[in-house]
Design a binder for this molecule. Sequence first.
Ligand SMILES: [Cu+2]
Length: 352
Amino acid sequence: MVAGGLALVLLLGAAYAAGDRFAGEPATAHAPGPTASGDPHLDTEDGHDHGAHEGTEGEPAVYDPGAAPGPQFRARDATLTPTPPGREHRITLTVRESVREVAPGVRQRTWTYNDMLPGPTLRGRVGDRFVVTLVNEGSTGHSVDFHASQVAPNAQMRSIKPGEQLTYTFTAQRAGAFMYHCGSAPAVHHIGNGMFGAIIIDPPRLAPVDQEFVLVQSELALGPQDGLARLGKLYRAEYDAVTFNGYAGQYRFAPLTATTGSRTRIWVVDAGPSAPTSFHVVGTVFDTVYKEGAYVLRPDDTSGGAQSLDLAPAQGGFVEFAFPAPGEYPMLTHRFADATRGASGLFQVAPR
Ligand SMILES: [Cu+2]
């Protein structure tokens, strides 16, 4: 635990501090999958989720909220890079499967875009054209669904087999903090195994700030060590840990940094697959909140303040504020059960 972890111990309590393993949590039985529903996100043509059951047998790995990562741990950079200047963005997303650490001591077999979990953050402006090449180097069918696009799902969002690729072209016509994800059946398993990311389309006249971050919240329904997420738990919305940017509690161990008084914007996307978020930064009050394509709050002479950004799965937005003084500022979902199991971290704020 970093020095600043004390603030989180005070906030989150004994389970986090003592490494309570949530004793008594039953090992979950493997639930039968749904029958054909007519929803292309739930069923494959032949009713089977190819590859999905691989590695899901055996006792699930256990997340210990008090554990710390080993020396090899590297946090995902949460800095959001500036909007690229061009009006056409050409991106290749390559799907691969790999074992990675998703919480201290917990390794899962993940399905990823470009070996990143979440996938790379895409960014552009209203009117920008995106040309995305999806390459499937995995062992089962995969796809991509950009919520910022308006396209025929059966064409651009179709599943492709291992070894295949497709080109997904769209023009972003609406601003917002959007999710993208694999929609291959069952989508809850493909998202649960790591196939999601953020695509940010800046609203026109977006105010300049000193620094921007992006946090994608998602849940882990742990399968066995080195195995895939457990499908039955995902179907029941039962999860063991919650992450910002793919690793439970990572910014407890590698706090984000800021400077006193610097104007800060944090983009948040809730990738789910099932849990909502209520994003809060302790010791600050947001003067700007943007959610689902609209400003909920902007600075004016009524001096309104906001304490959290609430998002359902597949919603996104941003908050703006400035840190009032040097110090350690916890950031978390105020859905405390989820903050305790990983959706919390720290800002280390330096003097100006
Ligand atoms: Cu997939």
